[in-house]
Design a protein around this ligand. Structure first.
Ligand SMILES: *Cc1c(COP(=O)(O)O)cnc(C)c1O
Length: 232
């Protein structure tokens, strides 16, 4: 089933790339494995998936203990500063930087580990109260503010679009995130040249790819519905 799902998602990604005149290699599929067992992750690995997204630090710790093969783990969920210390050596990118305290703690912990971590700034494009992230208006100044932190490599922007049955209605937010990235690049902030847009989930990744996504984060579309009753 996971194999069929991945084939289906791959076909959709390919079609969206063709439609947008983009190369398939410009888009990385992040398989969002949160709440799912290691056996599911292994099935996805057997299909060639090497990039996984998780939203809980504890789950990243557990899963990276069990899966020792070289796969790329992305922290895509809301992150509390006091948990950052567990991430060096475990994740290759943090998608959810949205406040100074968190950025400072990432700097501190990754400096200690003597590594530079790729980060994305989370932007709440639709202004939903339920979501984390900066407003688009706040984002350029925030990028400028944290751009001098030497152990953060600001690669780009991430957004979680509203849940909707109509993917087209999220196009405006994906287009907006792309334009915001271009705007920030045009500011010529020293050390900042963003090349990454993390946007698009199961319901809307094709539209996101048409608007320039370089990472799409697909969970349900690969692993099926999540059962939160089994998790802490
Ligand atoms: C859970 C999650 C996803 C995947 O959502 P699906 O709709 O299951 O594809 C993507 N991004 C983030 C930040 C998530 O927390």
């Amino acid at each position: 089933m996971i194999k069929d799902n991945i084939e289906f998602v791959e076909e959709n990604i390919l079609n969206a790339c063709r439609k947008a005149g983009r190369e398939r290699s410009e888009v990385t599929l992040i398989a969002v494995s949160k709440t799912k067992p290691v056996s599911d992750i292994r099935q996805a690995m057997d299909c060639g998936i090497r990039t996984f997204g998780e939203n809980k630090v504890q789950e990243i710790r557990d899963k990276t203990e069990e899966i020792t093969e070289p796969v790329n783990w992305h922290m895509i969920g809301h992150l509390q500063a006091n948990k950052v210390k567990y991430l060096p050596g475990r994740v290759c990118m943090i998608h959810s930087v949205d406040n100074r305290k968190l950025a400072d703690e990432i700097e501190k912990q990754f400096a200690k580990a003597d590594t530079v971590i790729d980060v994305l700034i989370e932007v709440n494009m639709a202004g939903e109260d339920s979501k984390f992230g900066l407003t688009p208006e706040e984002t350029p100044d925030f990028v400028k503010e944290i751009s001098s932190l030497p152990h953060l490599n600001i690669r780009g922007l991430m957004t979680i679009a509203p849940y909707t049955e109509d993917a087209e209605s999220n196009r405006i937010f994906f287009k907006g995130l792309r334009e915001l990235k271009n705007k920030i690049n045009s500011m010529d902030i020293p050390g900042v040249n963003m090349d990454t847009l993390s946007m698009g989930m199961t319901g809307d990744y094709q539209v996101a790819i048409e608007e320039g996504a370089t990472f799409v984060r697909v969970g349900t579309g690969i692993f099926g519905e999540r059962d939160y009753s089994k998790t802490v």
